[in-house]
Design a binder for this molecule. Sequence first.
Ligand code: V47
Length: 375
Amino acid sequence: MTMTRARIEDRRLRPILDKVESCERLSYEDGVAMYRSTDILSLGYMANLARERRHGDITYFNVNRHINPTDVCVASCRLCAFGKRAKDPHAYTMSLEQVWEAAGRGYAEAVTEFHIVGGLHPELTLDWFCQMIAGLKERYPGVHLKAFTMVEAAYLAKRAKISIRETLERLKDAGVDSMPGGGAEVFSERVRRIICDHKIDGQEWLEAARAAHQIGLKSNCTMLYGHLETAEDAADHLVRLRALQDDTQGFVTFIPLAFHPDHTALAHLPKTTGMDDLKQIAISRLMLDNIPHIKAYWIMMTPGVAQIAQRFGANDIDGTVVEEKIYHDAGATTAQHMRRQDLLRLIREAGREPVERDTSYRPVTRSESAFTVLV
Ligand code: V47
């Protein structure tokens, strides 16, 4: 037995280490065993091995802006504190001009990506969204438009009475460059019935992602954890994402999202702990051997945990995230954006080399003068 193997405290992880060392794919059962384990250092060791094999010391970040054109939503998912009924006096819907104006507010020169998601609005049409996208492209031609979750696209398709593929083609023609990973939650039907019963089911989410990838739209993928899911549900979710990725190679980044219960109908549930968050990052890296990037989203796991995650399997920390709303409505106490210099410090102090990237993970080089606008 090698020294490393002997140091693996949880004996059930030893055969998993053998597989990781020989680059062998882990099984669903391995996933369940890892979720059941509390041997966080061994999980971290293995995940770091896989991470450094692929990415060395690099940690990616980007300079992005979130735009949420509306929080009006016909679904009332118990997991969500963001969506509002149209009648709610606190609900908002931006006009096209307001979206275009919000996109350019501050730091516009530096932003390389707009991350655009919102509620399932009962009246805004596919044409309206295509106009919104085309208007953004016209005004900010150099900015990558990462827009609409699979859930939003499926809803627009249903309302327009056309296929998901045609809907995605229309959005792509209007200027959508790729899609974010939200709305996947956890694929387990049992859990979905409780936390988001108004949403498309797991199979439909995967089929929408397949259609996006088939027409050349890359996307991210996510899993919402820390609510009612079991170890089996979580391992199943990762295995299903991995199977689709084998077919399409369309997923770029996986982002595990910690459930924030405040102001939701599940407010009685406890928040995730540091152990949950780091375990989730490590297991994602180990199970998703065909998805290149694993993101520790600092907004949801706090900058401190996202930093440590860079040694537990993550190779991305998200970005400056100007004006995040979805997590802050659910009680996130992190800032709504982070200064570039603070991101750089977090990454460097984790012993990693920061690389600013665009949405396609191409390095972004900036002149010194450009840094001054990135406070
Ligand atoms: O789809 C909603 C989740 C997602 C809550 O692709 C909640 O680069 C926790 O998908 N507690 C939106 N989570 C965020 C998202 C995302 C974030 C960062 C980067 C990318 C990317 C995607 O947030 C929703 C849902 O899964 N969510 N409410 C809540 N109370």
